[in-house]
Design a protein around this ligand. Structure first.
Ligand code: ADP
Ligand code: MG
Length: 752
């Protein structure tokens, strides 16, 4: 066994694992350049280069023992290669393989180049479903083929599972496999063990050397899976140790004003709402109140499905703060939303003496100076605003609570710096972040591992079921007529387009859906409770009838088309991200008042806009939006007393678009859609990874590894309690790993 470092590695560095991968057997300078293209520099990188898949060759047979129509694998030597053209002009390549028991023909149609792929005497492993040819031979059409290197044998029984690595041009699968076999044999035993023995036992995880062998040379798929899970657990553990540490740090140093909540105050606040809070809202309120009674700053994330009623919870917290004689601030991501919150607050506070102001970017210089003066002097209790709230010249007299309505532009909390006067820089306001995007629990724990999370899932009672329907192009006219008649009866309509013009635009381009390569993820996702999906148009989802022409109309064109065509005589408005704030606000205001009946828009309306009378929506090119985003959009029309109707036009010629939209039509559960979205698009869509200091996870899957994540988080908290600085010898490697991965980004002064 080659457990010793190679002499070359020893020359280049003390630690053989940080030595260049060039010195691994089978690499050399030319291949090293290819490895670098795969991001592999060191021996360590190589060992942790995770296979992207495994080929299960476990049903390995002699050719004579094959059975028809079952996936099986054989190994044989190429004895004949023929290329011919059929009478109908179809190129047919046949490669005949021979093993000691018989012959098999591998056949490719319409791929003449396959003839050049193979050579006589070459040994191939082929997998496929064989059939008997007319001549009585076994035949496999378009089989998977793995060429074997000269000295490579297929270790039947011992390792019927072959790793499949990502490749780069010039590097073949079997070469990389061989390199990894050498690397594992030579170096796996030298990799330091990060996980303490006790944890490994408790969680039943293999040691690191075994993990690496199982990763690259598993003898079963279960072994490969166990290896990956061990690495995923480790990844989560390190992340959560870092988060636990940051949290401890924050908690240890900072102070916040503790607030009180009496029964009288509670009742007084509740009387302001024209409804009673739902169970989920009550739980969120209780959790927030409990935090705000502490002298440590609250750091809480309030997650709610669209329309579940975050605002009431926010108002509760704001008033609790104000009643305690501290100032409270509510920050929204856009001016439109800040204004909307302002109006909501004003309606609740119509008869209250709470002094309040709206601070946005569109105040005049004089107004702004005046307002800032009032905030600084403590003459206002409640400030609603945009990011204008965190500009340098804004200082508070006694700020006790900040609520950030991020919708789904996460990361503001990290950047938010509120200036609080009063001298003591350790005295912080309480923080509550609200998001309208349901986030799978795993994602929330990872992104916001240092925040506490409250969730409002249940919708207020009495909501009408939403109708969602995919409409074929051929029914466009009919739908337009129906919508026109509904609008004439007084309802309002959104028409959402992915782009302003028929080209990329800031608002939408970044969010556009990129098609994944697998359908299985969707099929997995497409479970769960069915929702209402009736509409005016019935009918099945025939793929061909749904193809929308491209290039397609942007919002501007759609606007012209609708107002001159089907909606002539109605009041049609246009709203998109390229309009300036004042113009946007005036369009929104006219829509809110009902002056504008039909609003053609881009996703600018997605963020939290609330117009109860707007209960109709058409989404053009729905295939271009992510599921969560569609859910946000649809949420806009779920606010009134009339059931919302959402009609989708989409190009569903691809199976994937069809499956996604089918799921969207079927379910209105935002959390379910978010999970499906996370599976399909990755979690990157929920946030800009980097700004969170959470790098991409390499081994862990945030959706399917929930159990590992929960365990790792639990263990991290436990470890942090038992050994805060990870000083004990058995934690040495773990501490090292946390520092390496997160040291630069976290303030680990105490550890480091
Ligand atoms: P979101 O979480 O999407 O911001 P909102 O706070 O805007 O949701 O609430 C959506 C609508 O539901 C509002 O019109 C609000 O008045 C109403 N609402 C909120 N809570 C309740 C409740 N407990 N009972 C009845 N209606 C409620
Ligand atoms: Mg809202």
């Amino acid at each position: 066994m080659g457990h010793r470092a190679s002499p070359n590695a020893a020359l280049s560095s003390e630690d053989p694992l940080t030595a260049s991968a060039q010195f691994v057997r089978g690499v050399g300078p030319a291949r090293f350049e290819l490895l670098r293209k795969l991001g592999i520099e060191t021996v360590h990188d190589l060992l942790f280069f995770i296979p992207r898949a495994y080929e299960d060759l476990s049903d390995f047979r002699r050719i004579a023992d094959l059975e028809a129509d079952k996936l099986q694998t054989v190994m044989g030597e190429v004895v004949e290669i023929t290329g011919r053209t059929s009478r109908r002009g179809l190129a047919i390549v046949t490669v005949v393989l021979h093993d000691s028991s018989g012959v098999l023909e591998a056949v490719w149609y319409n791929q003449p180049f396959m003839a050049q792929r193979f050579h006589y005497g070459q040994r191939l492993v082929v997998s496929g479903k064989p059939k008997r040819s007319n001549a009585g031979y076994w035949q496999m059409a378009h089989p998977r083929v793995q060429p074997l290197e000269a000295e490579e044998t297929l270790p039947v029984g011992e390792s019927a599972i072959l790793p499949v690595y990502s490749l780069t041009e010039g590097l073949r699968q079997e070469q990389l496999r061989r390199i990894l076999r050498h690397a594992v044999a030579q170096y796996a035993e030298l990799v330091p063990e990060t996980l303490p023995e006790s944890l490994r036992q408790q969680r039943q995880l293999p040691g690191i050397a075994e993990t690496l062998r199982w990763l690259h040379q598993p003898s079963s798929l279960e072994q490969a899976q166990q290896a990956r899970r061990r690495l995923a657990y480790e990844e989560f553990l390190i992340l959560h140790l870092a988060l636990a540490h940051r949290r401890r740090d924050v908690n240890a140093q900072l102070r916040a004003p503790p607030m009180t909540l009496t029964r009288t105050l509670d009742a007084r606040i509740r009387r302001l709402f024209p409804f009673t809070l739902t169970r989920d809202q009550n739980r969120a309120v209780a959790e927030i109140a409990r935090d705000m009674k502490q002298d440590k700053p609250m750091r809480r994330l309030l997650q709610a499905d669209v329309g579940a009623g975050k605002t009431a919870v926010a108002v509760y917290a704001l008033l609790m703060c104000v009643a305690n004689k501290y100032q409270a601030a509510l920050m929204a991501p856009t001016e439109v939303l800040a204004r909307q919150h302002w109006q909501t607050l004003n309606s609740y506070l119509a008869h209250s003496r709470v002094r309040r102001v709206l601070l946005t970017g569109s105040l005049s210089e004089r107004e702004r100076r005046l307002t800032l003066g009032e905030i600084r002097m403590g003459q206002v209790d409640l400030v609603v605003g945009t990011q204008a709230l965190i500009q340098n010249d804004v200082a508070f007299h006694r700020l006790g609570l900040v609520i950030i309505d991020e919708q789904h532009r996460f990361g503001v909390l990290q950047r938010a710096q509120f200036r609080n006067l009063g001298g003591d820089s350790r005295l912080q306001p309480h923080y509550l972040v609200m998001t309208a995007t349901p986030i799978p629990r795993t994602v929330a724990l990872t992104l916001f591992g240092d925040l506490d999370v409250s969730v409002i899932r249940e919708l207020p009672p009495g909501r009408k079921p939403m109708k969602t329907q995919l409409v074929p192009e051929s029914k466009r006219r009919e739908l337009e007529k129906y919508l026109r008649s509904e609008v004439e009866k007084g309802r309002q309509l959104y028409v959402v387009c992915p782009l302003v013009e028929g080209e990329a635009e800031d608002d939408a381009a970044g969010e556009l859906f990129r098609e994944p390569t697998t359908v299985s993820a969707i099929q997995k996702a497409a479970t769960g409770p069915a929702a209402e999906s009736a509409g005016i148009l019935g009918g099945s989802m025939e793929p061909n009838s749904f193809v929308q022409p491209t290039p397609y109309k942007g919002a501007e064109e759609q606007y012209e088309y609708l107002r001159q065509g089907p909606f002539r005589g109605l009041n049609v408005g246009l709203l998109h991200g390229r309009l300036d704030e004042r113009r946007k606000e005036s369009v929104m205001e006219r829509f809110r008042r009902g002056e504008i009946q039909v609003l053609v828009c881009t996703t600018v309306i997605e963020v939290g806009v609330d117009v109860p009378n707007a209960t109709l929506m058409v989404i053009e090119h729905a295939e271009r939006f992510g599921l969560s985003q569609l859910h946000q959009l649809r949420g806009r029309i779920a606010r009134g007393s009339v059931a919302g109707e959402c009609y989708l036009f989409a190009d569903v010629s691809s199976e994937i678009s069809r499956a996604r939209l089918r799921l969207f039509v079927k379910t209105t559960d935002g959390f379910e859609l978010a999970e499906a979205d996370a599976r399909l698009r990755g979690i990157g869509q929920f946030f800009g990874t980097r700004q969170h200091g959470v790098g991409e996870l390499r081994f862990a899957n945030l959706i399917s590894d929930v159990d590992l994540l929960e365990h790792a988080r639990e263990d991290a908290l436990q470890l942090t309690r038992a050994d805060p600085g990870l000083r004990q010898p058995q934690h040495h490697q773990l501490r090292q790993a946390v520092l390496e991965r997160y040291g630069g980004r976290l303030d680990l002064a105490e550890i480091g």
